[in-house]
Design a protein around this ligand. Structure first.
Ligand SMILES: [Zn+2]
Length: 317
């Protein structure tokens, strides 16, 4: 179950009391259940045979919404590194104004609301203030600080919290019979999201992670590997996450932290042997440069130069 039961309960109460707001902003880390919760709310409000706790899950409406095939439930999504442009928002508003085909409540979502351009955000303001009858608008974001104030002030904010590392590690052990080291590593990279931990496990993330560590840190052989990785946005992001986790672990080890707190506990031997060759300051220099690259990446700028700096710092010996 990936949606937030707590938030569904809140919506159950406010809808039964007729206190529903027009527009909500769901704030929480990636994969903390924001979109699945919107989907569950849409099912709850439109279920044809309310039974179960929130919805029946069996009726035509429930099934169409769950599979993403309901004409009145719409989600505007953007790819990694793309902005949401005014044309996208005009089309979105156009859809909002259409009469409902079959739903009691139309539910419209804009994911990654921090990617709205200023023009797009301005075009949306009126719709957020005066929505159409029986229409709910949800905006979701993992970085509320980057959302425009004009948008935030017109939405009712609801926060999603990541699960604790310990709890998520235990869930991965229980549900996938993983050993503790692997489960904890997935939990670290999943940022407290069970859904994300599950995806990482199923896509054999540990193989990708360890290959990245081997190529970038251990083997020191592979300009070709870097070139190939940087040609793909998802891979670039993963590489930066993996490198940051690895050198943060190294800094933690150097400061005497117990190895049970490391994200890369499966690589503890490599971490230890490598860290002998680096001073603490040098490790922090690497960490700073990785964070710098992450900023560039987030602003959609080229990280090639920054990656060369990281490489030289890592391969210094
Ligand atoms: Zn139903």
């Amino acid at each position: 179950m990936d949606y937030s039961r707590e938030i569904l309960e809140r919506f159950q109460t406010i809808s039964s009391q007729g206190r529903m707001a027009h527009a909500y902003l769901f704030i929480g880390p990636a994969f903390s259940g924001k979109s699945t919760t919107v989907n569950a709310i849409a099912r709850m409000l439109n279920c044809e045979q309310p039974g179960g706790q929130f919805f029946c899950g069996q009726c035509a409406s429930c099934r169409k919404i769950e599979s993403g095939n309901h004409p009145d439930i719409y989600r505007l999504e953007t790819g990694l590194g793309e902005t949401i442009k005014i044309e996208d928002i005009r089309a979105f508003i156009q859809r909002c104004t259409l009469r409902s085909f079959e739903a009691k409540w139309k539910v419209f979502t804009i994911t990654n609301a921090e990617r709205l351009t200023k023009e797009a955000a301005n075009a949306l303001l009126k719709t957020l203030e005066e929505p159409h009858k029986q229409t709910l608008i949800f905006l979701t974001t993992s970085v509320a600080e980057l959302c425009l104030d004009t948008i935030k002030s017109r939405c009712h904010a609801i926060h999603f919290f990541p699960m604790s590392l310990r709890r998520l590690t235990q869930m991965m052990i229980d549900n996938y019979s993983l050993d503790e080291v692997s489960a904890q590593s997935l939990a670290f990279f999943a940022d407290g999201s069970y859904q994300r931990a599950k995806n990482l496990h199923e896509s054999k993330f540990h193989l990708q992670k360890n290959k990245m560590i081997d190529e970038m840190v251990m083997r020191r052989s592979s300009d070709e590997f870097i070139r190939k990785t940087l040609s793909d946005k998802e891979h670039t992001k993963t590489l930066l996450d993996v490198l940051l986790s690895f050198f943060r672990d190294m800094a933690l080890l150097k400061s005497g932290v117990d190895e049970s707190f490391l994200a890369n506990r499966d690589r503890v031997r490599d971490l230890k042997s490598l860290s002998n060759g680096f001073t603490f300051d040098h490790v922090m220099k690497i960490v700073d440069e990785i964070i710098n690259a992450m900023r560039l990446f987030k602003d959609n700028l080229n990280v090639k130069m920054s990656m060369s700096v990281i490489k030289e710092l890592v391969w210094v010996k």
